[in-house]
Ligand binder design. Structure first.
Ligand SMILES: Cc1cc2nc3c(=O)[nH]c(=O)nc-3n(C[C@H](O)[C@H](O)[C@H](O)COP(=O)(O)O)c2cc1C
Length: 482
């Protein structure tokens, strides 16, 4: 049987990576502790228990995949020492997972602890769970941040798992924000076009792998197979009774209901991943709840965004970089060496290194990367292409290349009226349409005289190897040097 959230927590505890906090209020205090926790890259996961006003055991977990060690645990990867190493290993793994998806159709199981408790009719109460009020200017309490919303495409029958923010409107109603083009939104629009409500199940507590899959742009209908491929055995699912949707059997809390056509309520503002309350308060679709199921002593998974780097930054950097690298390779462009979608703000700054093969190679990569990285909505504002000797994950190295290898008058191009989203803080609201522009910076050595370009000061790799053999790694960067 695959691990559930509780198995995952036991493993994290064995790694000394869990901090249990008792008595912390849902009203801003959990949000504050969580944001403080982001200040270090390798900080513990936080499990809030004995929340004032709630029965002990009704818990909230945050920072689940914030630290590199827990990203590795969740994705079944070895622990790595550098971001570049993580990117390389994950890139190989993504290829393997993708190639094996056909072997990991989800597995229907007969029972699940999530059905230990059921609420319906007058007993429905979304605030039975300690939904946090995360940031001071939020418009309400958010049950859904580390969630997975399950929907089905009425035409293709594809089932999607997507992470979208979900706010409590009242005891039986939730409001949700799905950006244009999200799979869940497309499913909803299709049901509405047929004049009927869209069935939905929201899972708000689960193994972090469910969240890690739901919050990434995997092809529609492949999330359960990806969960299976990553964990090495098919995902266990059950069919939820009132919607007929397949739900993760290891879920801690499930909320089933329908998104009716034409009905909206105000949602937001919300402290968003850009670090601003940029989309403000707007009318948004709602979910009318029909049933709630939960395991005894349920654990909610919270993953609040906020000013980056926040708790999702490192994981997003890894996975979005690797997916973009993969897409660039699939496009047929040769010799892309490394890709980094920086955690400064998810997707807004992309660096690609390449081995230049022909005139225009760098610009070709910049143009492709800029739009391939924009499939999730707000794409990069800056794309920087560098030679293969530059570490794409190091802002200092990248800026050394910009400052020494590029000429502003010929190496910066602007793409105008390209895709953005309502969450873009640089677009004044209300706006008729969400366009932005992108700067493409070619920070590679000029191709025409690449062989005459001054040599960079460095030790050769042969000499470095010799020093390593002679002196060992412990001398590297030590006080006295070699
Ligand atoms: C913590 C977190 C919260 C997110 N919230 C939203 C959201 O409120 N609305 C949205 O459209 N996308 C949100 N996203 C991004 C989507 O989860 C992501 O684009 C995902 O690919 C959507 O699934 P889909 O491609 O199946 O539609 C969020 C991502 C994370 C990590």
């Amino acid at each position: 049987m695959p691990d559930d959230l509780r198995d995952w927590l036991r493993k994290v505890q064995q790694l000394n990576g869990l901090r249990i906090l008792e008595g912390v209020d849902w009203n801003l205090e959990m949000g504050f502790f969580t944001a403080e926790n982001w200040k270090q890259k390798e900080s513990p996961a936080l499990l809030f228990d004995k929340v004032p006003g709630y029965a002990p055991g009704f818990r909230v977990l945050t920072s689940s995949i914030q630290a590199p060690s827990r990203v590795a645990l969740t994705l079944g990867l070895p622990r790595m020492t550098s971001d570049i190493e993580f990117l390389e290993v994950l890139r190989q793994k993504l290829r393997q997972w993708e190639a094996s998806l056909g072997n990991f159709e989800p597995n229907l199981v007969p029972s699940s602890p999530v059905f230990e408790n059921t609420l319906s009719g007058n007993d429905l109460d979304l605030l039975k769970f300690p939904a946090p009020f995360w940031h001071e200017k939020d418009g309400g309490r958010y049950l859904g941040t580390g969630d997975a919303l399950i929907t089905r495409d009425p035409d293709t029958n594809h089932v999607n798992l997507g992470t979208y923010r979900v706010m409590v409107q009242d005891a039986k109603t939730m409001g949700l924000y799905m950006a244009p083009g999200r799979h869940g939104k497309i499913h909803c629009e299709k049901h509405h076009a047929m004049g009927r409500p869209c069935p939905m199940v929201l899972s708000i507590g689960h193994h972090p792998l469910v969240f890690a899959t739901g919050c990434q742009q995997f092809p529609e209908g492949t999330e359960y197979a990806f969960i299976g491929a990553i964990q090495g055995e098919p995902a266990d699912i059950m069919i939820e009774e009132v919607t007929g949707l397949p739900v993760p059997a290891s879920s801690e809390i499930l909320i089933a209901g329908w998104c009716p056509p034409g009905k909206t309520m105000k949602e937001g503002p919300f402290g968003e991943y850009t670090g601003y309350y940029a989309s403000g308060e707007r009318p948004a679709p709602i979910i009318e709840v029909g049933r709630i199921y939960y395991r005894s002593d349920p654990i909610m998974l919270g993953a609040p965004p906020g000013r980056p780097p926040n708790e999702n930054s490192f994981y997003n950097l890894l996975i979005t970089s690797v997916i973009l690298h993969h897409e660039l390779e699939k496009s047929g462009v040769p010799d892309v060496v490394n890709v980094c979608v920086h955690d400064i703000v998810r997707n807004l700054l992309v660096t690609v290194s390449l081995k230049q093969r022909y005139a225009g190679h760098a610009k070709q990569v910049a143009v492709l990367a800029s739009e391939l990285a924009a499939t999730g909505g707000m794409g990069p504002r800056y794309v920087i292409v560098v030679d293969e000797d530059i570490d794409v994950t190091s802002i200092k190295d990248v800026f050394w290349a910009i400052c020494t290898r590029s000429e502003p008058d010929k190496d910066i191009d602007i793409l105008r009226r390209v895709r953005s989203s309502p969450l873009d803080p640089a677009i004044r609201k209300p706006a008729e349409a969400f366009f932005t522009s992108r700067a493409l910076i070619d920070a590679c050595k000029p191709f025409e005289w690449i062989n005459e370009f001054p040599e960079a000061v460095d030790f050769s790799s042969d000499f470095k190897k010799k020093m390593l053999t002679k002196w060992g790694r412990k001398q590297e960067g030590s006080k006295n040097g070699y």
